[in-house]
Design a protein around this ligand. Structure first.
Ligand code: CIR
Length: 260
């Protein structure tokens, strides 16, 4: 049996560009270093490849400082791909840059046409449903438009809420297997994961929630040892990847790829 929510044959990534110094951030905690980010990105891509997946590596885009965070531009499902409509005006143009790569691998490519907004970072696909967190980037109209498309493909969609001050829904959670979720306590406290098995990241290690299960591995940002140990004890094969530079731009493991 295959599990399309965490078993993948492909990923799409985009190399960081020198313009990442201009990337969006909620708070200034330092200027991202391109060389370090390139090294971390190469480690990330190599880890995805190590699972046997094919990684489609797109070139850097100087005009879009946040373009390395490809996840926000689309949602990939077994039936087709859906191009998003980012809530951040500076990121709108990234979608057209992603479109040809998706058309090359998907027969059916749909598009959120608006007026609503929605970013991929707010969408968690589990073994049973598509969960979408409303946020500063994702509004009710965007969620409603997505709901119509995925309903056609037989997916249930449930709208939930990203906690205030948290960029994206998946900033605070990730899928570990069909029905197990890694979450911060603050997000789980909203009740959105009722019926799932939930593992909490360690207190003070909230950024570890932006991890990804990709085939046999759980890719975790480095520097959160108690969460990594908890996952290891729970039976997951954890690979830690330095994320210091993406963290300066509010990015984590999920943002760096589209997975299908
Ligand atoms: C932004 O603010 O849009 C980027 N600096 C970070 C995007 C992170 N993406 C994600 O969590 N899916």
């Amino acid at each position: 049996m295959t599990h399309p929510s965490f078993e993948f044959s492909h990923a799409i990534t985009r190399r960081p560009s020198a313009s990442i110094i201009d990337g969006l951030r909620a708070e200034d905690i330092g200027v991202p270093d391109l060389d370090q980010m390139l090294a971390d990105h190469a480690h990330y891509v190599a880890t995805l490849k190590r699972t046997g997946a094919k990684v489609i590596e797109l070139p850097p885009l100087d005009a879009f400082p946040d373009a390395v965070f490809v996840e926000d531009t689309a949602l990939c499902l077994p039936q087709g791909a859906i191009l998003m409509r980012p809530g951040a005006p500076s990121r709108m143009g990234e979608v057209a840059e992603m479109e040809p790569a998706l058309r090359a691998v998907y027969q059916d490519v749909r598009q959120i046409t608006g007026p609503g907004h929605i970013e991929g970072g707010d969408i968690l696909v589990t073994g049973r449903e598509v969960l979408v967190g409303r946020s500063d980037r994702t509004d009710a109209a965007g969620v409603a438009e997505l709901a119509e498309i995925v309903a056609e493909w037989g997916h249930a969609l449930r709208e939930v809420f990203t906690p205030p001050g948290v960029l994206h829904f998946k900033t605070d959670c990730s899928l570990l297997n069909e029905d197990t979720i890694l979450s911060t306590r603050r997000l789980d406290a909203s009740g959105c994961f009722e019926g799932y098995r939930v593992l909490h990241v360690a207190e003070g290690e909230e950024p570890a929630a932006n991890s990804i299960r990709f085939n046999q591995y759980v890719l975790c940002p480095a520097g959160f040892p108690r969460t990594a140990e908890m996952l290891d004890k729970a039976g997951f094969d954890v690979v830690t990847i330095n994320n210091s530079e993406c963290a300066k731009l509010d990015g984590g493991m999920s943002c760096l790829s589209l997975r299908f």
